[in-house]
Every structure is written in structure tokens, then in C-alpha cells.
Design a protein around this ligand. Structure first.
Ligand SMILES: C[S@@+](CC[C@H](N)C(=O)[O-])C[C@H]1O[C@@H](n2cnc3c(N)ncnc32)[C@H](O)[C@@H]1O
Length: 275
């Protein structure tokens, strides 16, 4: 798929009532990313919040810091960062449906002065050079087939010594791409990122590695939780999502779970500093 078509398809997907209602219900209306589970019986909301807390704990965040969240979803991370660190967060996100919900939640939390929500594509970031102290992203880079541009753009808009932190669902470096076909087809991608691929892109764009925390088991655990929740809440979800969507989602989740169990997939948090 050509890049413009991919952007259009991704936007239409996240804007659709099916996806919006599903994600908003299953994750507890704040986050749409992989959680860090301390025990198997933990719920999705708690584990997903822990990922935000863990990432924030890895960063130096000063009062008034300017943070850019790429692919910000419903803005759960932005509200956490703004309220805990008294910083300013810009949410750059493709989906207008999610952006409306994000702004409503910011208004309810009294954070409109600290959080700005922009519709846009993180492959062409609409800011001047050296603007942000931190660029943050969770489970959004995987949607891009132009990760080279993403790293170039992040490096451009970050101030010197600024940090780029992201979590992402990735492939392992040694798996053959054809083994990933069911996953790639569903999200219309040619490839997934990997730790080594991200390390290379970071180094090529003037970043130094600070930390790479690989937690592939969390991916399998998380998608198993989402699938279980889908099945438990099936009748309730049918009131807001089409049956076809739920069936396709169920099938897609099985691909991610099997990929994780077979050791083909990886997930983790990567932190780089612009030198
Ligand atoms: C799995 S969701 C993660 C949302 C959010 N980061 C979170 O953790 O809750 C992926 C997000 O990436 C956004 N996205 C995908 N491609 C994008 C692009 N090229 N530019 C901006 N946002 C994008 C989608 O709109 C969606 O909100």
C-alpha cells in the first residue's frame, strides 16, 4: 500500500465508530497501548497506566517542559504528564474522533491550558527545529511505513540533549518476515520495527542510547487479556460495535498472541537522547 493510502486507511480505522467504541470500552477510556502486568490477574486499565508511569520514571521532566506525544490516542499519557509534572504536552494524532474525546477529557480534568491537541501526521511534524524537550510515543510508530522520516523529524524538533522515549510492538530481529504476514496484512504494513532497526535509525539521526527495556512477554499477556475481555463482554460490545468488526478483531488478536508465543514478536520501551 502507498504511504498516503496507508495514512488514509489508518485514519479511517481509528475514526470509525467500531474501533473507537472497542478501544474506549476495553482499555477503560484513557490508553490504547500494551500494559505492564505485575500479576496475571491485573486489569488492562491498571497495567496500561503502569506503562505510562514506568516511561515517565525513566525521564528527567522539569516543570514547564515541552513534551510532544506522537499518535496520542485519547491522551491518557498527556493528562498523566501534565498533572504530575506541571509540564506542557502537545498531542499530535491522526484520528479526529480520538482528538475530540481527548479534548473533552482535558476539559473535564481542567488541563486545557497545559495540553494542546493537534490533528496531523508524525512523519511530517508541524513544528520548528529544536522546539521540544521530550518526544514521547506509545504503540504508534508501528503504524508507519516511513520510520526513517519519523526519526528525522523527531531529531529535528527535539532540542539538543532532549529525549525520545517510545514503546512499540516490534518483531524480533531474527524472525523471517513471511512469518509475520498475518499481522502485517491486518495493519497494512510492509514491516514492523525491531530493536536493532530502531537502534540504527536512532544512531543515524544523532541519538545516543539511554535505555532499551525489552518485555516481549507483556505483549502476549496483554493481547490475551484483550481477547479474553472481548469474549467476556461480547454481548455488551455488540451494542456499540459490529459483529464483523469483533470477529476480525478476535482473529487479529490471535495472530498477535501466536506471534508472541512463537517468539516472533517483541515489545518494550526505548529511550534515546539527542546529542
Ligand atoms: C494503538 S493507538 C495508541 C494511542 C496512544 N499512544 C496510547 O498509548 O493510548 C495508535 C495511535 O497512533 C495514531 N497514529 C497512527 N499513525 C499516525 C500518524 N502517521 N500520525 C499521527 N498519529 C498516528 C492513531 O491515531 C492512534 O491514536
Amino acid at each position: 500500500m502507498k504511504n498516503n493510502d496507508l495514512l488514509k486507511t489508518t485514519k479511517e480505522y481509528y475514526d470509525s465508530p467500531d474501533a473507537d467504541n472497542f478501544y474506549h470500552s476495553i482499555w477503560g477510556s484513557e490508553d490504547i497501548h500494551i500494559g505492564i502486568y505485575e500479576s496475571p490477574d491485573e486489569d488492562i486499565f491498571t497495567a496500561s497506566k503502569r506503562t505510562v508511569e514506568r516511561m515517565a520514571s525513566m525521564l528527567p521532566i522539569h516543570q514547564g517542559a515541552k513534551i510532544l506525544d506522537l499518535g496520542a490516542g485519547y491522551g491518557g499519557a498527556a493528562r498523566y504528564l501534565a498533572s504530575h509534572f506541571n509540564c506542557h504536552v502537545t498531542c499530535l494524532n491522526l484520528s479526529e474522533t480520538e482528538n475530540v474525546r481527548n479534548e473533552q477529557k482535558n476539559a473535564l480534568s481542567g488541563l486545557l491550558d497545559q495540553i494542546e491537541v493537534l490533528q496531523g501526521n508524525f512523519e511530517t511534524i508541524p513544528f520548528d527545529d529544536d522546539h521540544f524537550d521530550i518526544v514521547w510515543s506509545e504503540e504508534a510508530l508501528l503504524h508507519s511505513d516511513d520510520k526513517t522520516s519519523v526519526f528525522e523529524e523527531v531529531s529535528r524538533v527535539l532540542k539538543k540533549s532532549g529525549h525520545f522515549i517510545f514503546s512499540d510492538a516490534m518483531r524480533t530481529d531474527y524472525v523471517q518476515t513471511d512469518k509475520l504476514a498475518p499481522i502485517l496484512e491486518r495493519i497494512h504494513l510492509k514491516e514492523l520495527g525491531s530493536v536493532n532497526r530502531y537502534r540504527k535509525l536512532a544512531s543515524k539521526n544523532g541519538f545516543q542510547e539511554v535505555a532499551v527495556k525489552e518485555m516481549p512477554d507483556q505483549l502476549t499477556m496483554h493481547y490475551s487479556k484483550v481477547q479474553k475481555e472481548l469474549n467476556t463482554q461480547h454481548n455488551k460490545l455488540l451494542k456499540v460495535c459490529s459483529e464483523e468488526y469483533l470477529n476480525r478483531m478476535n482473529e487479529g488478536l490471535s495472530h498477535w498472541i501466536n506471534g508472541g508465543k512463537n517468539g516472533h514478536l517483541n515489545w518494550g520501551i526505548l529511550l534515546f537522547r539527542k546529542v
